[in-house]
Design a protein around this ligand. Structure first.
Ligand SMILES: Nc1nc2c(ncn2[C@@H]2O[C@H](COP(=O)(O)OP(=O)(O)OP(=O)(O)O)[C@@H](O)[C@H]2O)c(=O)[nH]1
Ligand SMILES: [Mg+2]
Ligand SMILES: [Zn+2]
Length: 299
């Protein structure tokens, strides 16, 4: 019997197996064939079918990009072929500036368009404080959308213009409202979330795996991911890191040295812009930390 080869999309990754969606919409459990292959959510892959519900995954198509996340123990890939990164922060609980900055850098370095979502603006008193903290990022030209994720119509109106025809990734710390946004956009995802939490006996809908869903009317795809504390940037080269700071571009033209690291060199255009207040100190400090982490990881 000849084996049938099919191109399909990875919608879930579970360590030893993948949930892979066939062109007809059916989902199969696929096992990696041969040597360990590192497929991830969002990948297009070639599989061979085995019986009615399983398959073997043996090739990954070239990727537009690959994103990583870190936990205490390690860095791992978690999504591929992403067009837009929605960095979800909320009025409450408070969000981490460091994570937001890193996520933006990771997005730009991977050629992904970032959008900041400020969720829970119904929690009145502290909205202004959150807006003030986000202002430096907005002035970098990052679009910001304010949301009440529990209001489905608002979510639809404000997010669909950014999501149509794209693969979008929802990223952020736990409890910012990522899955609530997903549920507003993809009604049948809600059923799944409830099923899972009931099955686990958990009182809270906390996401545990990254998964890809389809927006209604084939408008695009959306990936929900578990709450993240650290966005993985360890794989970036110093050049990638620099690409993650587009606000440096117009100033680094003035650097005396072509290979300037914008840290301590004399005649550095970036440092002089920093002094003049044209570059945000927090951003330049993050840049320095990333280079430092990169250097210490190598030794
Ligand atoms: N007041 C208010 N509460 C919200 C809003 N959006 C989400 N919530 C609540 O915030 C809590 C966390 O929402 P989730 O969608 O589970 O958060 P998450 O970002 O997916 O969390 P993880 O899966 O743990 O990463 C839930 O109790 C939601 O009902 C909002 O716009 N306003
Ligand atoms: Mg969630
Ligand atoms: Zn410089």
């Amino acid at each position: 019997m000849s084996e049938q080869v099919v191109s399909a999309r990875v919608i879930g990754a579970h360590g030893r197996h993948y949930d892979v969606e066939l062109p007809n919409g059916a989902v199969r459990r696929c096992y990696p064939k041969g040597k360990r292959n590192e497929a991830t959510v969002g990948d297009t892959v070639d599989i061979t079918l085995d019986g009615d519900s399983e398959g073997y995954l043996f090739a990954i198509h070239p990727r537009k990009n690959l994103l990583y996340r870190s936990d205490e123990w390690r860095t791992k890939q978690f999504a591929a072929n992403v067009d837009r990164l929605f960095i979800v922060v909320a009025v409450e609980p408070t969000f981490s500036d460091d994570l937001l900055g890193r996520a933006l850098t990771g997005a730009w370095a991977a050629d992904v368009e970032p959008v900041i979502v400020l969720n829970k603006v119904d929690l009145g008193d502290r909205v202004d404080q959150a807006r003030i903290r986000l202002a430096p990022y907005i002035s970098l030209g990052v679009p910001m959308v304010e949301l009440v994720a529990t209001d489905t119509a608002v979510v639809f109106d404000r997010l669909m213009p950014f999501m149509t025809g794209k693969t979008s990734l929802l990223l952020g710390q736990s409890a910012m409202g990522k899955s609530t946004i997903l549920n507003a956009l993809v009604p049948n995802a809600r059923a799944l979330t409830q099923e899972h939490s009931v099955a686990l006996g958990a009182g809270k809908h906390t996401t545990t795996t990254t998964r890809l869903y389809h927006l209604p009317n084939s408008a695009g795809d959306i990936i929900d991911s578990p709450g993240v504390q650290v966005f993985g940037l360890a794989h970036l080269s110093p050049e990638d890191i620099e690409r993650g700071f587009p606000e440096f571009v117009e100033h680094k033209r003035h650097c005396r040295f072509y290979n300037c690291s914008h840290q301590h060199e004399p005649g550095c255009g970036v440092l002089s812009a920093l002094e003049k207040g044209l570059i945000d100190t927090i951003r330049h400090q993050l840049y320095g930390r990333l280079l430092e982490e990169k250097a210490s990881a190598k030794t």
